[in-house]
Design a protein around this ligand. Structure first.
Ligand SMILES: C[S@@+](CC[C@H](N)C(=O)[O-])C[C@H]1O[C@@H](n2cnc3c(N)ncnc32)[C@H](O)[C@@H]1O
Length: 208
C-alpha cells in the first residue's frame, strides 16, 4: 500500500468512527481539501456514481426533475447527475468546508448548511427526487434523518440512498420501509469500494 492509499484509508476509517454531528463537522473540516482525491482517485469509491445512475434510470422526465442531494459533500453526486442531464439540483450538508468546495464547482442551484438529524427547513421543498451517497453511514445519519428527508419528497417522488449495512441493521430499515407509504423500486446490497465485501444497500423508493 502506498502513502496516498494509507492516508486515504485512515481518513475513511476516521469518518466511519464519527460519533455525532459535532464530530462530523470537525472531521469533514479537516478532510475537505483532500476528500475528492482520497475517495474518488485513490480509493475509487463507487457508491456515489451507482446511486446517481440508479436515480437516472428511474426518473421519467429529467428536464423537470428537482433533486435534493442530501449530505452533498463536495458535489460528486451532482457532477454525475449533471452528466446525465439533470439541471435543478440543491444540496444540503452540515460541513461548511465541504459545501465551499461544492459551491466552487457551480453544480447546485442552492446549497443549505443543515444537520439532517434535525427537522429541515428547505426553501425549494418539496422535491421530485432525493438522493444521498455516503451519508447514511456509521456516526453520520440514520432513520431519523431518513424520515426528516422523506418529509420533503413529493407524491410519486423518488428517494435514492446508499445505506451502509451497519446503519441498515441498527435502524431496522427492512421494517421501517415496510411501514412507509412507498413502493420499493430497487434494494440491492453491493460493495461501494472495488474488491471489498458488499457493504451497503442501494435503495430506491417511490413515494405513493
Ligand atoms: C462520505 S461524505 C459523502 C459526500 C458525497 N455525498 C459523496 O458521495 O461524495 C458524507 C457527507 O455527509 C455529511 N454529513 C455527515 N453527517 C451529517 C449530518 N448529520 N447532516 C448533514 N450532513 C452530514 C458530511 O459533512 C459529508 O459531506
Amino acid at each position: 500500500m502506498n502513502g496516498d492509499s494509507d492516508k486515504a484509508r485512515r481518513n475513511l476509517q476516521r469518518a466511519r468512527a464519527i460519533t455525532g454531528s459535532d464530530d462530523a463537522r470537525s472531521v469533514y473540516a479537516q478532510w475537505a481539501a483532500s476528500y475528492d482525491r482520497d475517495v474518488f482517485s485513490t480509493l475509487r469509491v463507487t457508491g456515489t456514481d451507482t446511486i446517481a445512475d440508479l436515480l437516472y434510470d428511474h426518473t421519467g422526465d429529467i428536464g423537470v426533475a428537482r433533486v435534493l442531494d442530501a449530505g452533498c459533500g463536495t458535489g460528486a453526486v451532482a457532477a454525475r447527475l449533471k452528466a446525465h442531464g439533470f439541471d435543478q439540483i440543491d444540496g444540503v450538508d452540515l460541513s461548511p468546508e465541504m459545501l465551499k468546495i461544492a459551491d466552487a464547482k457551480q453544480l447546485y442551484r442552492t446549497l443549505v448548511e443543515a444537520d439532517l438529524n434535525q427537522p429541515l427547513d428547505l426553501p425549494h421543498s418539496p422535491y421530485t427526487a432525493i438522493v444521498s451517497a455516503g451519508t447514511f453511514t456509521t456516526g453520520h445519519v440514520g432513520a431519523d434523518g431518513f424520515h426528516n428527508l422523506f418529509a420533503h419528497l413529493q407524491a410519486n417522488g423518488l428517494m435514492a440512498c446508499v445505506i451502509a449495512n451497519p446503519v441498515w441493521q441498527r435502524d431496522r430499515f427492512d421494517g421501517l420501509i415496510d411501514n412507509m407509504p412507498v413502493e420499493v423500486v430497487t434494494n440491492r446490497i453491493e460493495a461501494t469500494i472495488p474488491d471489498a465485501e458488499p457493504d451497503a444497500h442501494m435503495l430506491v423508493l417511490r413515494r405513493n
